[in-house]
Design a protein around this ligand. Structure first.
Ligand SMILES: C[S@@+](CC[C@H](N)C(=O)[O-])C[C@H]1O[C@@H](n2cnc3c(N)ncnc32)[C@H](O)[C@@H]1O
Length: 474
């Protein structure tokens, strides 16, 4: 099949990786984007591989019964919510099926005991953090390019997927509470009025670079204004924002004069208000609440309502007793550790990022929790036999690694330490299944439950409970 050829009558049967969908026709497999399972489509081939062909979506011949109209005006080009055209019930059905399939195929577990997926209570406005980029010339859609009147005005919005220099201007985003649209549009208008230049990523000039908006469920906001240099005009703009939006409890200025957009290593200066905002999570069974400090660079789960429910699942499944030593691997700012600490004798948290560990100590102090200790470093280097000897054998272990899953050395250490239960939280069920397969000779998968933290995207979180197989059980 040649590049450029048109293929009609492809039935979309499943979802694939990276937001793509899988189609079938005459026993052949096709990949495309922009369609949903159940659609029958025409595509134009752009890549022809031995096992599959990939193509641009040309036409939807017959729409799927699960198609819905996307709410967002930017849906077609933004790429942020690529499943917004799919009914939410179908989204979570696909996520659940995907997690089960990975556990069967990669984990080698025939019939995982599935607790039905926990859908998100909110499918919009669910994020507590969004980052937007300023550029001096906005991305023009193909339709706009064909219109001679359209000008390349400055933009404040999202990168077009895969392009560092194309930014789609955003008027209205549905992912964060509406206040964020008002704040973002205000900054854009006022920066233009004040004639403060927007960054040009190729020329590497211009002042305005990024803005990050964070909020908690109590309606307090934090703004991080990232600029190439601080000037009287930028200060005046920041002051206007603070005067206009009393919800802004914390306002930071970060000067980034590097070529790339990453600002984690740039100094932050507090411009207004408190250095942090606080998010409160309630423990189940009237066991009180935990307050978490969110600083300008703190890692915090981005869907607070779902994260709270995810932590509740961990809390219940871990079955912690008052005499238990618990390890919380990949602890971030100690969030899960502190959530469960009340149940345990002690909790040991380990995390790569030293600033997150500083936040974990602050969080412990803020909540008056004294039975947690936290250590910074690479898991495979920190979690050694000597470390375990010093901190105590784990009776229970909670692990929440990044998408890559756990290093094989870490898995070996866990197998040696042999905690009686492991609660494995994962943001990538395929690496979780791989890791569980490596522990299968010693641990039995009791149950798993996917949790949807990111509606309208293909991402899904999965919680798995593993139990040590006693010698007599074999
Ligand atoms: C999915 S997050 C979980 C954070 C935390 N459990 C929570 O709920 O907020 C994964 C964490 O693992 C940390 N991490 C990534 N690679 C690591 C490594 N090699 N060693 C230790 N921690 C690591 C990341 O910095 C991040 O905080």
């Amino acid at each position: 099949m040649k590049k450029g050829s048109i293929v009609e009558g492809i039935e979309i049967v499943d979802i694939g990786a990276k937001g793509k969908v899988i189609g079938k026709k005459d026993g052949q497999t096709f990949l495309t984007s922009g369609a949903v399972p159940g659609d029958v489509v025409t595509i134009q081939i752009k890549k022809s591989k031995k096992n599959y062909k990939e193509g641009f979506l040309k036409h939807i011949e017959k729409p799927s019964a699960d198609r819905v109209n996307p709410v967002c005006e930017h849906f077609e080009y933004c790429g942020g919510c690529s499943w917004q055209n799919l009914d939410y019930k179908k989204q979570i059905e696909l996520k659940e099926r995907g997690a089960v399939q990975q556990m069967k195929r990669i984990g080698g577990i025939e019939e995982p005991n599935l607790i039905p997926i926990l859908g998100s209570s909110e499918t919009f406005h669910y994020r507590n953090k969004m980052e937007f980029t300023f550029v001096s010339e906005r991305y023009l859609t193909p339709e706009e390019l064909s219109s001679p009147e359209i000008k390349k005005t400055p933009a404040l919005g999202f990168h077009v997927p895969g392009r560092f220099d194309w930014v789609l201007h955003v008027n209205n985003c549905h992912l964060q509470n509406d206040v964020h649209n008002a704040i973002r549009n205000f900054i854009y208008d006022e920066a233009l009025k004040a004639e403060i230049s927007f960054y040009h990523p190729r020329n590497q000039d211009g002042i305005m670079r990024n803005v990050v908006l964070r909020n908690n469920r109590q309606g307090e906001w934090m703004v991080l204004m990232i600029i190439k240099e601080r000037t009287p005009e930028t200060d005046a703009l920041c002051q206007k924002m603070v005067d206009r939006f009393p919800e802004i409890q914390s306002f930071w200025i970060i000067v980034n004069n590097k070529v790339n957009d990453s600002f984690s290593d740039c100094p932050a200066e507090l411009f207004h208000g408190e250095p942090h905002i606080i998010e409160r999570f309630h423990r189940p069974d009237d066991q009180g609440s935990v307050d978490y400090i969110i600083g300008p660079k703190s890692f915090f789960q981005t869907n607070s309502n779902q994260a709270e429910k995810l932590y509740e699942i961990v809390y219940h499944w871990a079955g912690i007793q008052a005499t238990d030593t618990v390890y919380d691997l990949y602890t971030g700012a100690g969030t899960i550790a502190l959530f469960v600490a009340k149940l345990a004798k002690k909790v040991v948290g380990i995390e790569y990022v030293p600033e997150a560990i500083e936040d974990a100590f602050k969080n412990a102090q803020l909540n008056g929790i004294s039975n947690c200790s936290f250590y910074a470093g690479d898991m495979k280097d920190v979690l050694t036999p000597a470390f375990i000897e010093e901190n105590g054998q784990p009776d229970l272990l909670i692990t929440d690694p990044p998408r890559a899953g756990m290093h094989s050395d870490v898995i070996d250490r866990i197998l040696e330490a042999a905690p009686k239960r492991i609660v494995y939280v994962s943001c990538d069920p395929s690496t979780q299944a791989r890791d569980i397969a490596l522990m299968k000779h010693k641990y039995r998968l009791v149950q798993m439950q996917p949790v949807d933290m990111f509606p309208h995207t293909s991402h899904v979180e999965n919680v798995a409970l593993l139990e040590l197989i006693e010698v007599g059980d074999l």
